[in-house]
Design a protein around this ligand. Sequence first.
Ligand SMILES: [Zn+2]
Length: 300
Amino acid sequence: MKHNLDFDPDHGTAVELLPGLRRLTARNPGPFTFRGTNTYLIGTRRTVVVDPGPALENHIDTILSAIQGSVLDAILVSHTHMDHSPGARLLQRRTGAPIVGCGPHRAARALMENEVNPLDSSGDKDHKPDQLLRDGDVYDASEVSIETIATPGHTANHLCFAISGEDVLLSADHVMGWSTSIVAPPDGSMRDYMASLETLLARPEQTYYPGHGGHIDNAPAYVADLKQHRLQREQSILSEISAVDRSIPEIVATLYASVDPSLHPAASLSVFAHLEDLAERGLATARPDISLSARFKATR
Ligand SMILES: [Zn+2]
């Protein structure tokens, strides 16, 4: 899997990507956010802001100065992670613009009994859109129309947005060039994620602008690589549990031996997401019940 780490966000500047499309990166760099969350500004005299980012007043100030002189039609939100959606409420407080897009935060499935939820703090439980967008909905702003593509997997409510008349897709955290996406319970579902990769493979857009990092050229080929990467990971997990049953820490210790141990907890969640998918498909069983502490065995 080839990732592109070459990205200068030019913090504080609205970088023009195409006529009528600008990117403004928030100052929240980190191991999960790369150089920071990308906010997109669509339009000129009238604007739609996509993903105002975390609750950072200085980022909201920068958005407001970048769109000064234009009317803010709507604040679009792709999904409810703390680095994407809380800024919507700050921006709404200062402009009155409606919050449009993904629904409230929800888990991909019910939490299991006694299950720890290491990613719980990443969900924005306070997100309440004024207008919900569902798969296929077209949001008509004054200058542009924006098509909604439901892409669950990273989160259950994740949306991508296509700008009508342009060969571009705003792929948020579903497809990013700098890294694979986190697909981990309870927010995420590997089965949904794989189906959402297929959804994008059926679409025509060649250039993606993600929620973190730079744009992706030849995007369908990249999405096909992502799919291949996950299928390979799935095969590795299956071969780990083919002869004897194994726990998730045992699988991670082998498959992620070359990876910084501080990233092993995140890797455990990703392995769990694969195992959950394999169990649902009847290819693996969990003992006692499926959980992060269960032992897993391939069924054939
Ligand atoms: Zn996210």
